[in-house]
Ligand binder design. Structure first.
Ligand code: ADP
Ligand code: MG
Length: 227
């Protein structure tokens, strides 16, 4: 059993009377710990596919199985549990809470897990140290550079030890050298923690830093790019 098994997956939307196949005919297997780049131009279906992988959306056709379970067969509370513990999300806009410090942003992610306060604070500190921000814990997001904010977002996503990190254009708001650093950091941390990473990007150079590249066009996966 693989971690993800997608068969015949499609997701369509109606725009007026026109059907848009945002994702179509996707067959995909991902093993635990793989680092995968989903690459394609804007509109190719990357975000839609990531949302299906993260149980944030349901396919119109086909099946998404995670750890051997068809996501369509899970209740809302089981899906919420998966999103909380098994999947970590990283976004282009960082999505930090502006009124909370770096440390508090990570702690906020841990709060629903219900561990004691001291343990939670320790865990958040350790995660910030892992992304190289031990000295920035008390800073607000506005006091951090874009690259630093994305590091906090990565620390937040990894803090619950998810099985998978789903990153949607995580470098879209960063210059190219900072973007490359962020992708390498994410890949390094993920391999240390055994976390699977699926990163969507329109940037071919960044995708080239991932061991497995899946090009996408018009909602469909093309033949993989040879490493
Ligand atoms: P990407 O992330 O690669 O830019 P998306 O997955 O966001 O691509 O979008 C793929 C296609 O599906 C686009 O044509 C987009 O306009 C369309 N689409 C995505 N989400 C919706 C939606 N909620 N309603 C209508 N069309 C959508
Ligand atoms: Mg997108």
């Amino acid at each position: 059993m693989s971690q993800y098994e997608l068969s015949g997956v499609g997701r369509s939307f109606m725009r007026g009377s026109v059907r848009i196949d945002a994702v179509a005919d996707v067959e995909l297997v991902i093993e635990p710990g793989e680092i995968v780049a989903l690459e394609g131009p804007s509109g190719s279906g990357k975000t839609t596919l990531l949302q299906l992988l993260g149980a944030l959306d349901r396919p119109s056709t086909g099946k998404v199985a995670f750890d051997g379970r068809d996501l369509a067969g899970l209740s809302e509370s089981e899906l919420a549990e998966l999103r909380l513990r098994s999947f970590g999300f990283v976004f282009q806009q960082f999505n930090l809470i502006p009124t909370l410090t770096a440390l508090e942003n990570v702690e906020a992610k841990l709060a629903p897990l219900g561990s004691p306060d001291a343990e939670r604070a320790e865990r958040a500190k350790a995660m910030l140290a892992e992304v190289g921000l031990a000295a920035r814990g008390e800073h607000l997001p506005t006091q951090l550079s874009g690259g630093e904010q994305q590091r906090v977002a990565i620390a937040r996503a990894l803090s619950v030890e998810p099985k998978v990190i789903l990153a949607d254009e995580p470098t879209g708001n960063l210059d190219s050298s900072t973007g490359a650093e962020i992708v390498d950091l994410l890949a390094g941390l993920a391999s240390r923690h055994g976390t699977t990473v699926v990163v969507a990007t329109h940037d071919v150079a960044l995708a080239g830093r991932a061991p497995r590249r899946l090009p996408m066009r018009d909602g469909r996966l093309l033949e993989p790019v040879a490493a």
